[in-house]
Design a protein around this ligand. Structure first.
Ligand code: COA
Length: 379
């Protein structure tokens, strides 16, 4: 398909909406607490009182780490940040105008060639390696293709959030920016059977390797109806001149039946529990920045969509202004999502493997009645 237009059929059960496709002990969406829990912990609690490394440990092991476990885990992750030279060479060959999600997909897949998961006893090692390497895959390609600079891929930063910001900006980030990135990574880490996670589980159910499962998930997250929404939201917000202009333009978009990126959700019905958390950080960063226009326009969009369509911001919408206030290039928004969601994907791969049956649903047939092949001269 050349123009990305797809027919959307509202069949009963279309998109498998509302159907259970398996069991998980990792996450609930729209069921308890503020609406999102990881292994029984509410997202608001985790975002307020934990770090991304603690959440990664929780998803991979089922329990939050104690102090000793956390420091051992962080040391293990920090030791795996650098990239093999062969992968750097591949990244150098990817052009500047490549889609950054294609860079992540290639980086993940190529690392799977260099350091394959030879059997499932290595699944935690493979997941942790990807977790440590993803910030460098993203930043090494970005800095080389856009600025001609070959960056150092390891760093002494204490956290993955700080490590990523250092690779991007070449300096230790402020405490505040590190914490915002940490919270953002926590918010994006896991979300039950969303499209990309389900892709990873389907792949895992064939007993494929971790790198293939994650590569497939990246390809699924790439689509604008899933992970690409934060970038699309940024482009839209930046195209509005003021809060009043935002409302006027959005009215036109709705009249033309355009989808407004960063709004709505397949499961949540009245709000996305991640929005209130990232919105508060956006407001703080706006105040720190002095120019609050991006935040003000975003709030106007939120009000307009709720008043006119009862549609609410999902996690992506205020991530756009938040990342922009931190000076993060828009094209890296979705790859950051990858750096975080990898934890959920890998945890689901491990869970699928622990109680596996190949995922193979059926389809309702809507084609021709049984018929015979005519001779080609008679068709
Ligand atoms: N802008 C405009 N209209 C929207 C909308 C949006 N962002 N999200 C939903 N709607 C409309 C739908 O078109 C539908 O209208 P219709 O019944 O007249 O066709 C109605 O609201 C109900 O949609 P719903 O069934 O709740 O959505 P879905 O489950 O099919 O799709 C999304 C969910 C997330 C794919 C959808 O809301 C969307 O495309 N959002 C924009 C992309 C985005 O932000 N994705 C990130 C998700 S975290």
């Amino acid at each position: 398909m050349s123009d990305n237009k797809v027919a959307s059929k509202k069949l009963s059960g279309a998109g498998l909406r509302g159907q259970s496709a398996g069991e998980t002990s990792l996450c609930t969406v729209g069921q308890s607490g503020s609406g999102l829990t990881y292994c029984g912990y509410d997202i608001a609690d985790l975002a307020g009182n934990s770090t991304f490394e603690e959440v990664a440990y929780l998803l991979f092991n089922g329990e939050l780490p104690n102090e000793k476990e956390l420091s051992t885990y962080k040391a293990e992750l920090a030791g795996m940040r650098d990239l093999p030279q062969a992968l750097k060479e591949v990244l150098k060959h990817i052009p500047k105008d490549a889609h950054p999600m294609d860079v992540m997909r290639t980086g993940c897949s190529f690392l799977g060639n260099l350091e394959p998961e030879s059997d499932f006893s290595e699944q935690n090692k493979a997941a942790n390696r990807l977790l440590s390497a993803f910030p460098a895959i993203m930043c090494y390609w970005y800095k080389f293709s856009h600025h001609g600079v070959e960056i150092e891929c390891s760093s002494n930063e204490d956290s993955l959030a700080g490590h990523f910001l250092r690779l991007l900006n070449g300096e230790t980030p402020s405490e505040q920016h590190q914490r915002v990135m940490d919270v953002s990574l926590i918010l994006y880490a896991e979300h039950e059977f969303n499209a990309s996670t389900f892709t990873a589980r389907v792949c895992a159910s064939t007993l494929s390797d971790m790198f293939s499962c994650i590569t497939g998930a990246i390809g699924t997250l790439r689509g604008p109806l899933h992970g690409g929404a934060n970038e699309a939201a940024m482009d839209m917000i930046q195209s509005f001149k003021s809060p009043a202009d935002a409302k006027e333009q959005m009215a036109g978009m709705l009249a033309r039946k355009e989808k407004i990126m960063g709004f709505g959700h397949a499961i949540y019905r009245t709000s996305d529990p991640r929005n209130v958390i990232i919105k508060a950080w956006s407001e703080k960063l706006a105040a720190e920045n002095g120019d609050t226009s991006l935040y003000d326009i975003s709030v106007a969009c939120e009000e307009f969509m709720w008043d006119s369509k009862k549609l609410f911001c999902n996690a992506d919408f205020f991530h756009a202004s938040t990342y922009n206030y931190m000076g993060i290039p828009t094209k890296l928004f979705t790859p950051i999502f990858v750096c975080s969601r990898l934890t959920g994907w890998a945890a689901h791969v491990m869970e699928q493997r622990s109680n596996n049956r190949i995922i193979r649903p059926s389809a309702d047939y809507t084609g021709s009645e049984p018929r015979k092949v005519n001779a080609i001269s008679e068709r």
